[in-house]
Design a binder for this molecule. Structure first.
Ligand SMILES: [Zn+2]
Length: 288
């Protein structure tokens, strides 16, 4: 690296003051730069340059009451969404998210849109969280507290083989009950209810709806669901992974039709009352 002004070749990293323009407005920032030891003129490498752009954009955002790049990233991570999922949830291009999370300043209407959508998602998310997490683990949750994270990853994994809520719900029922039968604990902590179409996660519509609204599931023709991300199986224990695979293999040949039929013959279904929660005690006599 050579100084563009005096040909000097010794540099020191120093915090320097700059006054770049953002949207026609001058902002003042202090960021690190390489300073020529001979003539004191700063020079920047690529990393420092992008740091400068980001600092300039964030200074402008703060001055105008807009969300900073970090706040946008925080919103996204709060819901555990990828940039693609977040873009889908906000109904905007993924490229915009990438730029907003760095140096491209969103305009006021975009800023309001992000806040509104995130507040909405947050309200729903916490309502579901409170509802499910406030119940202590018992025989109806398979001795385990409900976990959103485990539920979501299980859905992402099983939806590949089952495709619609009707079949997905049975696959979920089987992973939780089978794991309870073998290990005394369910996988996701989900409570299942006896519904007309078989055993279903309690409030499954809210759970699946939330995943659709947040953009991690896509509904293509009214019934078929697709996950836009591959499941992260690393959060499951070995015994949980085994059961997930077992149920996936049973669902694979016919999309879960056999599981659906079987689920109606289970004691868990035949001996529980319509609309009532199903006790995991019935897992003793599972047909798979
Ligand atoms: Zn110089």
């Amino acid at each position: 690296m050579k100084c563009l002004h005096c040909d000097g070749d010794k540099f020191e990293e120093k915090n320097c003051r700059f006054t770049p323009e953002v949207k026609g407005e001058e902002v003042e920032i202090v960021v690190p730069a390489m300073v020529c030891t001979k003539c004191n003129i700063p020079l920047m490498n690529d990393a420092q340059m992008s740091q400068l752009r980001k600092a300039a954009a964030d200074t402008y955002r703060k001055a105008h009451g807009l969300l900073t790049s970090e706040e946008i990233v925080n919103f996204r991570s709060l819901f555990d969404m990828s940039q693609a999922a977040f873009a889908n949830y906000l109904k905007i291009g993924e490229a915009s998210i990438k730029r907003w999370e760095t140096y491209f300043v969103q305009d006021i209407s975009q800023d309001e849109h992000i806040r509104l959508k995130c507040d909405e998602a947050y309200a729903e998310y916490s309502a579901l969280n409170v509802h499910w997490k406030s119940h202590p683990p018992d025989i109806y949750s398979g001795n385990r507290r409900f976990s959103w994270e485990l539920f979501k990853q299980a859905v992402r994994y099983l939806i590949k083989f089952t495709k619609s809520p009707l079949f997905l719900n049975k696959a979920l029922f089987y992973i939780d009950f089978k794991h309870y039968q073998l290990n005394g604990m369910s996988i996701t902590g989900t409570r299942y209810a006896h519904l007309e179409y078989g055993p279903c996660p309690q409030q499954y519509e809210n759970l699946i709806d939330f995943m659709i609204r947040e953009g991690t599931l896509i509904q293509s023709d009214g019934h078929t669901l697709k996950s836009i991300e591959t499941a992260d199986l690393s959060i499951f224990s070995d015994s949980e992974k085994e059961i997930l695979e077992l149920v996936a293999n049973l669902a694979k040949p016919d999309g879960g039709k056999k599981l659906l039929k079987l689920s109606h013959q289970e004691d868990a279904y035949k001996n529980s009352e319509s609309m009532a929660l199903i006790s995991y005690e019935f897992a003793k006599h599972l047909k798979i």
